[in-house]
Design a protein around this ligand. Sequence first.
Ligand code: ZN
Length: 391
Amino acid sequence: MFQVNMWTYPWDLVDEEIDRALDRLQGEAGVTGISLAVTYHSIEQLRPHPGVNPRTFRSPGGAQFQPMSELYAATRLRPVVALWLKKSNPLATISQCCEKRGLKLRAWIVCCHGSATVARYPTFAMKDVFGDSSANWMCPVNPDVREYLRALVEDLTTHYLFDTIELERPSFPEKLHSHAHYKTGIVLGPVGEFLYNLCFCESCRQAAKRDGVDVEAAASAAMEGLTAILSDRDMEASSRESFLSENPDLGAFVEWRCGQVTSLVAMLKQVAGCRVVVHRVGDRYMTATDWQAVAGGCDGLLVPCSYSGDDAMKTLVEQVCGDTGDLSGVELSFNACSPQCPNAEAFVSAVASAAKLGVRSVDVYNYGLLPLERMEWVRRAARYAQREQSD
Ligand SMILES: [Zn+2]
């Protein structure tokens, strides 16, 4: 059966009463599963559902469940439990309620991005070529970060009933990311953003060197390129591809980083013991993701799809099929919120088109952000798609 999963925040379920909210998701929205945030970054969310209190939910983020601390003995990191949970562990109730109702439960793990965790453990943050640490991103190469993620997946899949694990950002960031009032008077452009986004933390330097990469030469090339851009010397003509072909040591470093993300995903899949899909966002330059290689180590890629018509969707699905090898590893996601989604018709027809193309699972964004009227959109879309696929 065609799967429709709704991305859901646990605080929305708790504040609306878990059973009532799941009734609504299953009955009014007709979803077959929910994808529940189990680790999350900081958030400030205006909530449209009537009666929900507070209307604006604010949280510095963190783990959305109570971890079993003994599992994290081999890493210096521990999950930072989100403040709103206090001592409670709604994940246990949500897991049982979903099981009882036959709703599939997916764990939506935001892997390396999280300012609450980085604030607690600044040593494990990414570090740019100037040596400055990120305030919100852990380095996916750091052995403690990798072990923390391994333990997190083990904790979740051992103690709760997950059908699928979704890994979001088991990688470097896809764009420069700040929570502060970020200031710059320079247009970095694609080359500058790429160079500025590269991690040269101690872990990256040591591990790359161990694997035979001349990381000092790579760092010098990045430093030189970035300094030129910051000095207003024109780099506009240069693309990332040509910059790397002029700087082969940096090219080797970029390849090596991709291997690190690939092996991280494969390791997490081994631990999970259930289906693992990775949010397919970013590229080999920014996130260090070689999607074909990543797909080889997990069960599928989940790709955001916009409302640009059937031809664009077909092209996208073919492209992702090129990574996964076949359609069974292709999942699409649709943002049903405004302004991303123009109207009900666009949403329903996009989900139906996905089904027509042979896609078997979609994720919809996001229960607590959507006006309740849109539950009906999701139900119509699910019904059309299921009919489409049973024909
Ligand atoms: Zn690093």
